[in-house]
Ligand binder design. Sequence first.
Ligand code: BMA
Length: 935
Amino acid sequence: MAPIDSGRPEPDWESMLVRRECAGFTNHQPAAAGHFSLVTGIAFPSLLLFCFAISQSRSSSLSRIRFVLLSLFVFAANTVAATAQKQVIPLASGWEFHQLIPGPLVQAASSVGNDASQWHPAVVPGCVHLDLLRNKLIPDPFYRDNEAKLQWIENADWEYRTTIQATPVLLGQKHVDLVFEGLDAYAKVYLNDKLVLTADKMFREWRINVKSDLKAGANQLRVVFPSPIKAAADIAANDPWRERTRVEAKTYLRKAAYEYGWDWGPRFVTSGIWRPARLEAWNNARISDIQVRQLDVTSAVAHLLAEVEVTSSDGGNAAVSVGYGVAGKPASVSRAVELEPGVNHVTVPIDIAHPQLWYPSGYGAQPIYKFAVQLEMGNRIEDDATAKTGLRSIVLRREPDQWGRSFEFIVNGIPVFGKGADVIPFDSFPTRVTTQQYRDVLQSAVAANMNMIRHWGGGYYETDEFYDLCDELGIMIWQDFMFGNDWQPGAYDWKLNVTAEAEQQLKRLRNHPSIVIWCGNNETEVALAWHDRDKLPADVRFQMWQDYVSTFSGILAAAVSRYAPETPYWPSSPSADYETVNDKYQSGDMHDWTVWHGRVPFTDYEKHNPRFMTEYGFQSFPEMRTVESFTIPEDRLNIFTPVMLAHQKNTAGNAIIRDYMLRDYPQPKDFASFLYASQVLQAEGIKIGAEHLRRNRPRTMGSIYWQLNDCWPVASWSSLDYYGRWKALHYYARRFYAPILVSPHQEEGNVAVYIVSDKTSPTVATLRVRILTFDGKMLSDKSQPVQITPLSSKVYLTMPMLDITNLPNCDLGKIVLVADLLVDNKPISSNELFFVPTKDVQLPQATITSDLTPAQRSGAYTLHLSSPVLARNVYVSFGNLDAKPADNYFDLLPGEAIDLTLSSAASLDDLKKSMRVISLTDAFAPHEATVSAGN
Ligand code: BMA
């Protein structure tokens, strides 16, 4: 076939690659001339193809002849009318819903003055909770303790309906498919009162040919959702093994596990048409999938295969054309095929010389190659479709070494240390997540120097938009299949379901360069030892283990190697792929919950040397503004009020936070101080873990902390709250995940100053290490030039502790070591080391002077801050005003003023009125924060 990278001028390439949308009930508009210029315009020179075919040294003479014929065919095809035959009709309007069987449960809804058994307008895609909320049939599920009052919804049955107008044009097509991209979860679909589909899982698309069920004019479409609780119980009852294995009924219905509640999430088991629905009408053939396989990608050449799947009803001669390129570099290739009735695979090899490679954030750019495919039969364009990808090579390297077996991602030949956090669903009700929310959270991840997230398996496969953004931002994804913690059934039907789900999701997502690994599940492998399963009879356990292995190392492993063969697969997180007991340090990935669940001190992180850490974490409360969004004043008396406990989903979670707090600090003086101090506690704790993991490179090659985001306002392990607001941990992450990190560490009677570099080339810098008293006296000041080794962690300076304790006036509880790494006199990383445990650090009461002034740009301000003594964890807040300073939760060194920029639409006056500047001592001291708000 024909690899082409001609650099052929293509005036309207971008628009050619824009997929045509068709709204309403009109037919597809004929493509504008040149819309798909591979075929329709003179811009596609068959001569070029001809020359190229001749020049292909690897082609056999037979294939050369075929290609010449193809070129002539394509040339002839330049004259065809460019009208795609396929018609796509979104089913997004006219929907209504109601509770199906009015019964006693309706009373609960009626209490707010309405009756859910009446028909009400509904939004598709959506879910029943959001429809009830929009129609004011229920109160805000996130407010105070409303969650408990809304549990009746999961036990009710729900019905949705809309009307489809079938036009003669629509009915004139050979096939009319009714497509649901997602139904949550058990549903019966009726068209004109005929049952046309029974759906029983949330994670797959449904497509049925309804041509013979449609009549001209109005057709009624109804979707009935029986209670998911009852539906799951009914399916579970069919498994003869269940009595013995005691697998939970809910797992038999493939549905997002977090809907049933999690240790950070409320229980809202919902129902609904949660992904778009449409009618798709087509004649002879349609493009049902495009895969861009990356067989071998280097900076010299990318060998790709465009695999186009064409579904055809009657077969026949066709031409498949693929246009591709990255900004400014279009090229195209085409081939003639004879389609068989059914599913056809058309393979188009593409070689790109000197490709622009896609890199994780921090390592290079993220160019996205676009592919436009057109299917032509006779004189018609039957269908067109687009795909995109970034070109990169990805290897999960697992080589025996002195510590066991490595676990590192090699991207374009670079061993990349994975820095990031685990991602959970962005909302308890996924369909209301906005583009802005996705963008804010993912941009915040990159802003904190993350290059990787783990997309955790207890939620749902995200939208295309989410993955597109990760591609665009250079965020590598560890992608779990959606199996979270629970032991999973082994029933035959269930496994068939899983097989279909894996195929569909892999096909949907496999072109995303951001997905660097597929993983079978979250914590199911380790769950064999949970919930007294070790007490089950040996034969039952044996059967369960066989079922487990057949699903997670059989079905899913096979699906990945079949549908995404260039992407690594891993059976579970955590796992050692059965080589050794998981959670050990020799092999595989680790979840370290000794801190928090195991209640050990944060410093214990340093005792563990995993090969790749995929979870570790500690909780904090969100900031006051977020807490105010779901509380009234009486809920904010302390962290143990009923409403605060309703927004803490880990049993004893608030007590765990308090206990850890009291190990390191005094009791915070009031509720607001507790929220603030909890964030400091979390950030300081995770910093210990994260810096240890980075210093431990190359033995450890990943630090993914639990967790990035929240699905509602709650006390949790997140570093971004439900509203995307940065907690202290997120500011800390930006520092401890910096591309080059200076990390002073006390070990073996010394202070060892490490520098960890993720850069691929050496960096020349100055390392400055000072020892200061808290009131600003310099006890020691050393500077030395350093040539920082790329992709490494090394000690660049060692100071014996004896030298430090011998310094005149040295009181270890009142001094701090400050390490700065300077390039061109500007710090690229700064860090501090205290010499005694946190509880013994004797901080003086800090009085911070602040001055807020307008900057030159409108809406920009400068905040000038200074303190005569060390002020730790300085926190600047503006109440309910939207104003985010460039940094927060930072230490202000004695006598060293700083200027922070901030942007806000608020006026200077309003900002000054609401501004509060505190530091750590203010959270515990008996007096109010000593703040001068400037004038
Ligand atoms: C991990 C996760 C989640 C959970 C978190 C905190 O194991 O996989 O299931 O939310 O711990 O407990």
